[in-house]
Design a protein around this ligand. Structure first.
Ligand code: DGY
Length: 317
């Protein structure tokens, strides 16, 4: 039996399945291992089942035991792993696309709504029990019939578009390349980020974290937005320059910001915790039982395919 090192505690059903197929070492206390601990504890294993919380950079990969041939990341994003360094060391990396598309798109709508309709301030007022209905109490910005800009029109971006259409929104997007008309499904393509930002009244951030997208939302690009734009980020904290975002919120470019992901998670930029028009969630995009089960199952299937001599379905490098 192949030996698999599992970095985080999974749902019991997923752990049971892994135990049937592999000689697994689990993490019953769900400790988040430091890179040195991953290197040390995975010595002599054949593969690793990792999670978004494991930073596996080039240095860590270079120190991994030569016996490790695959890292199956239990996430669609794989910005936590240096896939080039892995390839150079002949380590296959896989992710878990598709299975979390719906859950993440749902959260993206929650972020846009929570931010635009002042859900956080509403909750604070309700908790203090010092509120009364009045004509101008906590007036938000309505999503219906607005223009939604989607940055990154992959599977999740398209699932957000589908939901947003039910709000009567007009969908615009920017991607590296224009999609087929079937995938576009009526959305309007902008070949520059500037073009997209200039049109957006709401902006949904759905691009993956890559070297090219790191801090792609920064002082300059935020400057392309109209006043009072609502932004939701269910992608990665890395794509946003937080200081520039705070400034854009304070100067009124951004009406409200909803986010589920952070630079240097679980840390959160201190200013985000002070501003009332920020709607925060702690990386809940894929947090439904169904989705988490599917993600771990898909990572397990990638390991199975790999060790039975096939190319895993979700190989990314
Ligand atoms: C992913 O799959 O990339 C998610 O962020 C995990 O919750």
């Amino acid at each position: 039996m192949k030996k698999i090192f599992v970095t985080r505690k999974l749902l019991k059903e997923n752990e049971d399945k892994l135990k049937e197929l592999f000689d697994v070492t689990l993490n019953a206390n769900d400790k988040i291992y430091k890179p040195e601990e991953i290197i040390e504890q995975s010595k002599g294993f054949d593969g690793i089942l990792s999670s978004v919380t494991d930073p596996i950079n080039a240095d860590t990969i270079s120190k991994l035991s030569d016996s490790i041939k695959i890292i199956a990341n239990g996430a669609v994003g794989f910005g936590n792993i240096d896939i080039k360094a892995a390839r150079e060391k002949n380590i296959t990396v896989t992710n878990t696309p598709d299975v979390l598309t719906d859950a993440t798109a749902d959260i993206q709508i929650l972020l846009l709504l929570g931010a635009s309709r002042k859900a956080y301030e509403g909750r604070l007022a309700a908790e203090k029990q010092d509120w009364k209905w009045s004509w101008d109490f906590l007036l938000g910005k309505q999503m219906s019939n607005k223009r939604l800009g989607i940055l990154g029109m992959g599977r999740i971006g398209r699932a957000v578009a589908k939901r947003a259409k039910a709000f009567g929104m007009e969908i615009h997007y920017h991607n590296r390349s224009k999609l087929s008309s079937e995938l576009e499904d009526g959305a309007i393509y902008h070949n520059t980020l500037k073009g997209l930002f200039e049109q957006s009244e709401f902006l949904s951030v759905n691009c993956p974290a890559t070297p090219e997208t790191t801090k792609i939302i920064n002082k300059e690009t935020l400057g392309y937005l109209k006043k009072n734009t609502v932004i939701g980020n269910a992608a990665r904290g890395d794509v946003v320059d937080d200081d520039a975002m705070v400034e854009a919120i304070k100067n009124g470019t951004v009406f409200a910001y909803g986010l589920d992901v952070y630079n240097g998670e679980p840390k959160i930029h201190p200013e985000y915790l002070k501003l009332k028009n920020i709607f925060l969630l702690p990386h809940l995009g894929s947090a439904t039982k169904r989705t988490r089960w599917d993600m771990a199952y898909r990572a397990t299937r990638n390991l199975e395919q790999f060790f039975s001599g096939n190319k895993p379905q979700d190989q990314v490098n």
